[in-house]
Design a protein around this ligand. Sequence first.
Ligand code: AMP
Length: 435
Amino acid sequence: MSKRLKKSKTNNNQFLRVPRGMHDILPTEELWWDRVNKVVRDVAGFYNFHFIETPILEFANLFARTTGEETDIVQKEMYTLRMKKGELLALRPEGTPSVARAYLQHHLGRISQPQKLFYIGPMFRHENPQAGRYRQFHQFGFEILGGTNDPIYDAQVIIILWRIIEYLKIKGVALKVNSVGCKVCRPLYKRQLQNYYKSLEKSLCSDCKRRLKTNPLRLLDCKNSGCIEFKKDAPNLLDRLCASCSAHLKGVLEYLDELGIAYSLDNYLVRGLDYYNKTVFEFFVEEMEGGAVGGGGRYDYLMEILGGRLMPAVGAAAGIERLVEVMKKQGVKFVSKAPKRVFLIHVGELAKKKSLKLIEELREAGILTLESLGKESLRHQLRAADKEGVDLVLIIGQKEIFEGNVILRDMKNRLQETVSLAKVVEEIKKKFKGN
Ligand code: AMP
């Protein structure tokens, strides 16, 4: 055992549990996760977004430079790994910086403008685990990179999240929208915010005392109950936006109005990441008290921060665990049109040998076939077929093999008939069509 492992503080049987904040996604969850994945992919296809997969490990500096040195994510929540050569890598805490990095590294802008990309995958944040807050969780995200900074793109990523939530049959969604301004209007606002909070400095939490100096906008994002109280009298940026930011916000809201998408303006919505400018938004559902189910915004300066040229960009991301949790709490039911299936039962050694070949024939013919080849008793196999809720059961025993037949049992009316093995595929297809 290596020295590092010997020194590891885990006690003997601790590895039999997942680490704190991590969780398994069990087969019982399959239906929900499949549904989210399918809806995301369908919507992405409809709006012409292309899939991108970036590595889970990136250089830690990528997130420090983009997500923001002063954000909780980078300051406290990033899982980092020191490589032998001294490089510091991080388990990605979010998807946008990686997508932007890949865009620059592979010159994706040369393919077409704008690039519309989407991703689905695990993210890692060393947060305090609680309901709806994990240390490993899954996000899907949509990014529009390049092109122009037309507010129609902001509206489009909002609509995409809205549609996904709607197709997941989640009710009672509240969309909050704000503008965090730009390099022109934000500096003055920041100073006004600093002045307001300076008089309250003694009563601020330790994080906010630091934010007051380094990143005053983040004061509005503090979750500490004492600091939240101060927010309501803080100056708001909406009244202080420059003409360009005002017009942009107006444009986004007009598109949302046009589509009948309900929203409310939230002057103090700033979001936990540093790179946003102009539009920011978040989706909330009552059943998820711990936070938003999704959100996003415009990030026109991010490419420049990474060494590229100034380039308009806007994106949105949502958390799959939270969406699944809300669907469960709201009792969402999916009427799934499950494909018809057969279950093959064998009786005796000879039949068992023949079964494998028959299963392959059925699969080749596109007939979904289940079996429990490890079980020998007819009763056990019938019970397994019942549990699976299949449409037809095929029973093959010694007698059937000698006669070149198979018994076909319709599980709906429990009627059975004997059909020739040579014609069984044809017979099953006929029955599936007729039902
Ligand atoms: P963010 O990248 O912080 O804007 O988060 C986007 C979405 O990811 C949130 O609205 C949540 O649905 C989800 N999310 C963020 N952090 C967590 C977490 N620690 N656990 C579960 N879901 C999360």
